[in-house]
Write a protein that binds this ligand. Structure first.
Ligand code: ZN
Length: 255
């Protein structure tokens, strides 16, 4: 039985074709079963979408209003910020554009931050209430060292550490064991991280992120703590009709 040269198949049909291929049935039975399966794919919306060249699945959680809409304390770096590969020149550029020195996170908040979930490369996810009482549900706290080490420029949407009044666990953060597995892989291809999360009720949710991100925006009654497992793989969720994208978040910069 020839499994190559099949038409484009959605993940579900690809999996079934694979099962037929690997089965102990005779060649004739395999061929007949595969033929029947291929006939069914003619009316499968996902298979058809792929065959029409629409390789981008729908985004389940498309966002129109950013999560920081409503506060003036979230900033974007100045547009004339120049890039320097030298660490020293970058520090000078950040200084001259008013981004450095970073404010210190006051001690009670610092302790609270370090009590939260463990960091990935010293980036700590959480949520905050700002000094104007606005709540940012998804924040990644990073210090000066992190910025200089991992950023070629300055983080996109950011809030300064001295604008933070309260720090707490983000209701959008995935369990640590899941975060660890995703962070270890980082990307399944260039600027892309494809995975499924498996929920306690057995439901599998396809996710397509631009890279590692500790947050997830599940629908309806599900909470991140209902995630019991994760399966990570390149080209794994592309055949899905709709996927979850990473939710937006704000960087909090502190010293
Ligand atoms: Zn299909």
């Amino acid at each position: 039985m020839e499994i190559r040269n099949l038409p484009d198949l959605c993940h579900d049909h690809l999996r079934r074709a694979g099962a037929i291929y690997r089965s102990d049935d005779s060649e004739d039975v395999k061929k007949t079963t595969l033929k029947a399966l291929l006939l069914k794919t003619e009316t499968c919306k996902r298979c058809q979408r792929l065959r029409h060249g629409e390789t981008e699945p729908k985004i389940m959680n498309r966002r129109i209003v950013p999560s920081w809409n409503g506060t003036n304390l979230v900033e974007t770096p100045p547009s004339d910020l120049e890039f320097f590969s030298s660490r020293q020149r970058r520090v000078e550029e950040f200084m001259s554009k008013g981004l450095f020195p970073l404010p210190t996170l006051p001690e009670p908040l610092m302790s609270k931050l370090f009590e939260l979930s463990p960091p990935v490369l010293n980036a700590r996810p959480g949520a905050t209430r700002l000094e104007d009482s606005f709540v940012l549900p998804r924040v990644i706290f990073i210090d000066e060292e992190y910025i200089l080490k991992w950023f070629t420029s300055f983080p996109g949407h950011f809030v300064r550490g001295d604008k933070v009044k309260e720090i707490f666990e983000s209701p959008f953060r995935m369990p640590t064991a899941i975060c660890d597995q995703l962070a270890a892989v980082g990307e399944t291809s260039m600027s892309s991280l494809e995975f499924w999360i498996i929920l306690r009720n057995g439901e599998r949710v396809p996710c397509w992120y631009g890279g590692y991100n500790p947050f997830i925006e599940l629908s309806r009654q599900n909470r991140p703590n209902d995630i019991v497992d994760v399966e990570i793989g390149r080209r794994s969720v592309v055949g899905e009709e709709a996927v979850l994208a990473e939710p937006d978040f704000v960087w909090c910069v502190y010293k």
